[in-house]
Design a protein around this ligand. Structure first.
Ligand code: S3P
Length: 418
């Protein structure tokens, strides 16, 4: 149980951990490339540790020195491996596609939470390329058997970077041309990294085309994760002034800034840079009087992991907010529509669940209270931000799950995790 004191103000400069999505992809792709790669500012949260474990099992050599990784890749993966993906949806979904093209058999599995998350969404599009992927009643464990893949046109019904990436990683080994189209563009780190590593890949709006390619090793410097920075940016908006340094601002990830615009949050981007095909900036956020907002399906993919936090900000805003088109939240590490609404209501807010989102009546001042993380890292961190901004603070049960994406989150807040 973590006690969170309310604070009159919150100010500071923060260096946040490396981007989780980019770290996963850098480890996976360098593990399948011929040659040696150095990855700097890698996130060594539990999810990326799961990816390292799987890639080592497939034959890559990975040395870890703090946040620097040295990877010696192998284009030929070992057969017959049992790949433990832990809690990580990105690991199991991307790797299913990657392994499916490697003419090997493998079993991919994970923890209790991962075992109830939908896996047909990758098995079905991969089958269009001829892949032999079977699920366990639509879930993990997932079994891959060796088959030669052929190119196909895949039209996704949902916008999901994990599913899109699984198809692209399979398409790397398929004969002919593979295309993937999604309704709204999701994060495009896979596309950017594959292009930088020499893959034959083109992007036209929401359609990505890939052909069989070999990858060449390429060093990667990972920007800080905007999804982790978002908690500190929100604290700036609620309680003072924060500066988050060197944050990735890939436009497929910065929906939080769209939400800030609609809420009326004051922020600025400083020190624009580009590193390994990804833009970064320092983000300064100042205390702001917020108003209610409206978000719909087209807004969702670029802020999918920040939506619990955005809903929380709405609870502190003046007026009503409506978020729709976010049904995907129901199949994350927890059912984030239910867990976010419970969190907000338990700390004195007014959040109503809808089938695909929330209606939040802003109260400006919330009293505080006790909440559970539901073993979901993003709910734990959203709860900490919320409680700091309440009148009386409160307690978070099972907060240590923040280690999935942000191991020193509570230390960065100036707290010891008990
Ligand atoms: C991720 C994609 C998103 C996101 C997850 C990371 C990725 O999932 O929620 O935290 O790295 O590709 P979906 O693609 O299922 O929306």
């Amino acid at each position: 149980m973590q006690r969170i004191q309310s604070r009159a103000s919150f100010e500071g400069e923060f260096e946040l951990p490396g981007d989780k999505s980019i770290t996963h992809r850098a480890i996976m792709l360098s593990s399948g490339a011929d040659g040696e790669t150095t990855i700097t500012n890698a996130l060594m949260g539990e999810d990326c540790v799961s990816t390292c474990r799987c890639m080592r099992s497939l034959g890559a050599e990975i040395d870890v020195d703090g946040t620097t990784l040295r990877v010696r890749g192998t284009p030929r993966f070992r057969r017959g491996r049992e790949l433990n993906c832990g809690n990580s949806g990105t690991t199991i979904r991307l790797l299913t596609g990657y392994v499916a093209g490697k003419m090997i058999d493998a079993k991919l599995y994970g923890d209790e939470s991962l075992s109830v998350r939908p896996m047909k969404r990758v098995a079905e599009p991969l089958a269009l390329l001829g892949a032999n992927v079977t699920t366990t009643d639509g879930h993990a464990p997932v079994f891959v058997s060796p088959t030669a893949l052929h190119g196909a046109d895949v039209e996704l019904q949902i916008s999901s970077a994990q599913v899109k990436s699984a198809v692209l990683l399979a398409g790397l080994s398929a004969d002919g041309v593979t295309t993937v189209t999604e309704p709204v563009k999701s994060r495009d780190h896979t596309e950017r990294m594959l292009q930088a590593m020499g893959a034959n890949l083109t992007v036209d709006g929401t359609k990505v085309t890939i052909q069989r390619s070999e990858l060449r090793a390429m060093d990667v410097c990972v920007p800080s994760d905007v999804s982790s920075a978002a908690y500190f940016m929100a604290l700036g908006a609620l309680k003072g002034k924060t500066l988050c340094k060197n944050v990735g601002i890939n436009p497929t990830r910065t929906g939080i800034l769209t939400a800030f615009d609609r809420l009326g949050v004051k922020y600025s981007l400083l020190n624009h840079r580009v590193s390994a095909g990804e833009e970064t900036a320092d983000i300064l956020v100042e205390r702001s009087d917020m108003r209610g907002l409206e978000l719909t399906a087209k807004d969702v993919p670029s802020m999918i992991d920040e939506l619990p936090l955005v809903a929380l900000l709405c609870a502190f805003a003046d007026g009503e907010s409506r978020i729709t088109g976010a049904k995907e939240l129901r199949v994350k590490e927890s059912d984030r529509i239910r867990t976010t609404a419970e969190l907000i209501n338990n700390i004195g807010g007014d959040c109503q669940e809808t089938p695909d989102g929330f209606i939040i009546r802003g109260k400006k001042k919330l009293v505080g209270g006790n909440v559970d993380s539901y073993l979901d890292h993003r709910i734990a961190m959203t709860a900490a931000v919320g409680l700091i901004a309440t009148e009386n603070g409160g307690n978070i049960a099972r907060p240590e799950c923040c280690a999935i994406s942000f191991p020193d989150f509570f230390e960065k807040l100036g707290m010891k995790l008990y």
